[in-house]
Design a protein around this ligand. Sequence first.
Ligand SMILES: Nc1ncnc2c1ncn2[C@@H]1O[C@H](COP(=O)(O)OP(=O)(O)OP(=O)(O)O)[C@@H](O)[C@H]1O
Length: 252
Amino acid sequence: MSQTDQVISKIDHQSSTQLMLQIRDVNVYYGESHILRDVDLSVPVGQMVCLIGRNGVGKTTLLKTIMGLLKPRTGTITLAEQLITHKSPDQRAKLGIGYVPQGREIIPRLTVKENLLLGLEACRRGRGNKAEIPEEIFSLFPVLESMLSRMGGDLSGGQQQQLAIARALMGKPRLLVLDEPTEGIQPSIILEIEAAIRQIVKSTGISVLLVEQHLHFVRQADWYYAMQKGGIVASGSTSELSQQVIQRFLAV
Ligand SMILES: Nc1ncnc2c1ncn2[C@@H]1O[C@H](COP(=O)(O)OP(=O)(O)OP(=O)(O)O)[C@@H](O)[C@H]1O
């Protein structure tokens, strides 16, 4: 790709389409440790964007900031043109951000069904929903249908991950934020999770922001951002991921 093509591709990504999420000039500290530095990142409506980078560079910190679990010292976060920088995590969930945290956070002593229904709490249309699990959840994750009465804690890592994604979908998000959904999961299940995420983007139009380390999965995204020492140091279309970027930012 020529430099001009790269600039055009960047402009296309950032401005010609409507943005679901826009992060501008965000700086985040843990105490006096400066973790995120002048971060700019955007997710266009209906697209899948992947954040890559080595361990400890600040990827989870950025996702927590998007969810409102950490407060930026400076900068803005906008969801579908609404400024959400000062909204609580609960308000952000109701505005349509679904979060699948690292480690999944399935409640072990609740059944699969109860775990799924917890996802309704985040629903922007509020309570009043019938406590039902939509059929689409089972077509995305067939394994869950046969396990509804099992305890969350009895599921394998891969099944728990599918449950965590399904729970986030129960809230009918506009933006799904996933923190390393394939971490510690066996290869065949990684492919199932990958296919489900691709299907979610294709069939529902939900926008996705994903932190991921598996190259195959990263390639499913439309766009990548690479993070180093808390700053975005490269970005581009995943169809143009160079060997150099792969070696620098992914543990392949
Ligand atoms: N609660 C905390 N208090 C202080 N420093 C923290 C805290 N959580 C994370 N950090 C530091 O912030 C930096 C970024 O961590 P973060 O978890 O965001 O990285 P990451 O890129 O998501 O890494 P990983 O892939 O290992 O999850 C690291 O140096 C980490 O040690």
